[in-house]
Structures are given as structure tokens and as C-alpha cells.
Write a protein that binds this ligand. Sequence first.
Ligand SMILES: [Zn+2]
Ligand SMILES: [Zn+2]
Length: 264
Amino acid sequence: MRTDYHLHTPLCGHATGAPRDYVLAAQQAGLVEIGFSDHNPMPTQFDDWRMAPDQLPHYLESIRDAQREFPDYRIRLGLECDFIPAFEGHVRYLADQADWDYLIGAVHYITPEWDVDNPKHLKRWTEQPVDEIWQAYFDTYTRMIKSCLFDFLAHPDLVKKFGHRPEGDLSRFYRPMLDAAAEAGAVLEVSTAGLRKDVKEIYPSRDFLVAAHQRHIPIVINSDAHAPGEVAYEFDLAYDLVREVGYTEVMRFEKRKAVPVKIA
Ligand SMILES: [Zn+2]
Ligand SMILES: [Zn+2]
């Protein structure tokens, strides 16, 4: 009874495969339900990895086309929105532009110019202490949680993507964020995308997930697929991990309502 709600489309400029190819891959993988969530447009051309400001109607139409082509298969409509302080109003604007099943919140930008997962900026990791970079990431993530703008929150420790880690116990970074998530009733994503990156580890780490479970924070398991072959990527590993940690449920999303479903 698995789902995958974090799938991209070629509109973002760094994903391949039409929506129908993702649907076919999902059916092949035995998923009962999927959802698309491409990177949100910004008010102006912001960077080179999202749809242009005027392409939102095109995105909505491409998902509607897939829904029409596969009427007996549940295809949800979502959007992965960057949380950038000062653009909260833009997220509220986007929330009104379609009948979304969910909005995903994501932190990529830790300063207005630095998307921390972008290999273009790898040199910056040598110019600043890793501790400071992690702190900036988790501070922004905590602000995102407190904004309550989103239905679930993507790849919680994305900042580890290239394998840079501070010394010692990392719980000092994620504890305040998890406390905020528990208080806000937020849902966290468990993402297998990290297994495809240098860090070769699920987002979030096991310790992080244990701490989330202790706070009863609900989860959703996704692949962040940027190609049809990545749909449900290494889901067996993710389901094993969350079960070992103690989770018995994952969340489903429809019309911006989250519903828990038992893990088989
Ligand atoms: Zn992407
Ligand atoms: Zn994504």
C-alpha cells in the first residue's frame, strides 16, 4: 500500500521523463498512489532549477493530462515550495493558485544566494566552518516549520548531501527543529534521495528519525524522483528503517488533509 508524493517533471529543467512515464514506473513498482511536486515558480526568474514564473498553468495542465490518461489510478497534485524568509507571501499566493493535495516545504537556500545542495557552490564549504553552515540550515528549517505553510517538510537533513558533517553528536542541530515540528504538528519526509548522493544515506539519519519518533512526529516516505527510474527508489530500505525505529504508520495526502495509514 505504498505511495510516493515527491516526483518531479521536466519543467524544472533538471528532471527527465513525462508525467505518464512516472505513472507507469509507479504502477510497475506496485505503488497504490503517487503525487507530483515540481519545484515552485518564484515571482521572477530566480535560478536555473525551477519552472519559469509563467509556467505554472503548464505544470497544472501536464498533471491533469496524466490524471485523464489514468482515470483509475490516484495521482495527486502537489508542489515543492522553497522556504525563503521574505517569500512567505508568495507561498500563500501559490496556495491559492490550484486545488492542491499538498504543498511540500523545502529548505535549499541558507542565504539569498546559496542553495546549499547545489554543486555549483561546493567551494563555499571550504570557506566557512561546517558547524555554521549546518546551523544556518537548521535555523531556516525551524523557521519553515513555524510558518505552518506546508503539509509536509522535505529531506530534513539535506545539508549533509555532499558528506560534510560537524564533529560530535549532531542532535544539537536537529533537536530544536524537532521540538518545533512536534509543537506545530508537522509531518516530516523520509527521503531515499540521499542514497543517490555522495552521503549515501537516507534523509534524515537514523538518530534523527529516532528523535522524531520519540516526539510522535508523523512521516511520509518519498523518493524525490527526477527520473522515472527513481520512483519508489530503495523503498524497502526506507520502510525497514522506519519500522526498526518504531513507526507503524505513514501519512497520505488529499486536498491538503493528512491521513495516517498503517504500514503493512
Ligand atoms: Zn530538483
Ligand atoms: Zn524535490
